[in-house]
Design a protein around this ligand. Structure first.
Ligand code: ZN
Length: 305
């Protein structure tokens, strides 16, 4: 980030704080959300759910921690080792435990006194769903939706880059034809939903921020095959627009990792789309102002029918 861009990111964060929308809480990217921010977030989430319900989706809720094996089996530590949040805790006896407060009192690191647990923070809302799908899915496939807090280790001054944030996700499991048609149809519906809220949205082919030199090749393949699209919206001054919604076609990746089969015995394909709720809410405040009671009537009518 250049000095200039960092300044404008901080200015925007300060503006959100001054308006009571965000609440400083210490670590970068881990601020609180004020009541008005949450009212808009709830309304936007409810709007997506109303649209999705027409398709007969199943609704699920998972906790913000998931089985560590999900990251291990899907290669997450190869693609994004720098973003993961693994949970560690203490397992020793009382005498050994006394070393922890002593280290803290001495101002020394204490992480090495803990051991890794069987859970990790969830980095993508749809991840805990796939292992539940093991076996043969119905001929029509599955459609589910979930709202989840996700974690990415990305400390940043930009208010749009959070360590923990909420994603409303929709997932489709089925044969390649149905899954791709679903992804394309929701790409159009998702884009239309955001523009109907008065947001200056643009649809782009995109790639994940894979780690390292091998990651660059993965990203190139993803772009070439058009596996990922994003709806981007201007939020930060002097910065490229921010991804607020992403549409991902995983092909057989999760089907193969978790033995999800179609009735004909083939490995199932999957796709998902996720709306970044905080980012979209920030885009709404940037576009329409800090007071939702003053927002354009058509936007209010969509959010609060
Ligand atoms: Zn997903």
């Amino acid at each position: 980030m250049t000095g200039m861009a960092a300044e404008s990111a901080v200015a925007l964060y300060d503006e959100f704080v001054k308006a009571g929308l965000l609440i400083p809480a210490g670590p970068l990217g881990a601020f609180g959300r004020g009541a008005v921010f949450e009212q808009v977030l709830d309304a936007f989430d409810a709007l997506i759910v109303r649209r999705a319900k027409a398709d007969g989706v199943e609704s699920m809720t998972f906790p913000p921690v998931i089985d560590r094996q999900i990251l291990e089996r899907t290669g997450y530590l190869e693609g994004f080792p720098d973003l993961c949040g693994a949970i560690h805790s203490f397992v020793g006896n009382e005498r050994e435990a006394r070393a922890i407060p002593k280290r803290i009192a001495d101002g020394e690191p204490w992480g090495d006194l803990l051991v890794q647990t069987d859970v990790v923070l969830n980095p993508a809302a749809c991840y805990p769903f796939y292992p539940t799908c093991r076996g043969t899915v119905p001929a029509a496939g599955r459609q589910v939706t979930m709202l989840a807090w996700v974690y990415r280790q990305e400390p940043s001054l930009e208010p749009t880059r959070m360590r923990a944030f909420r994603v409303r996700e929709l997932v489709r499991v089925g044969n390649p034809t149905d899954v791709l048609a679903w992804r394309d149809s929701w790409r159009d519906r998702g884009f239309e939903l955001l523009t109907s809220l008065g947001l200056a949205a643009t649809l782009e082919v995109a790639a994940d921020p894979f780690f390292g030199r091998a990651g660059k090749m993965l990203a190139e393949g993803q772009l070439e095959q058009k596996l990922k699209f994003e709806v981007v919206i201007p939020i930060l001054p002097d910065r490229p627009p921010t991804a607020c919604c992403s549409f991902n076609y995983h092909q057989q990746k999760f089907g193969a990792a978790f033995d999800i089969l179609l009735p004909n015995g083939d490995t199932a394909h999957t796709a998902c789309l996720g709306f970044g709720l905080e980012r979209t809410v920030m885009a709404l405040f940037r576009t329409h102002g800090a007071d939702p009671s003053q927002w354009p009537a058509p936007v209010r009518a969509l959010l609060w029918p």
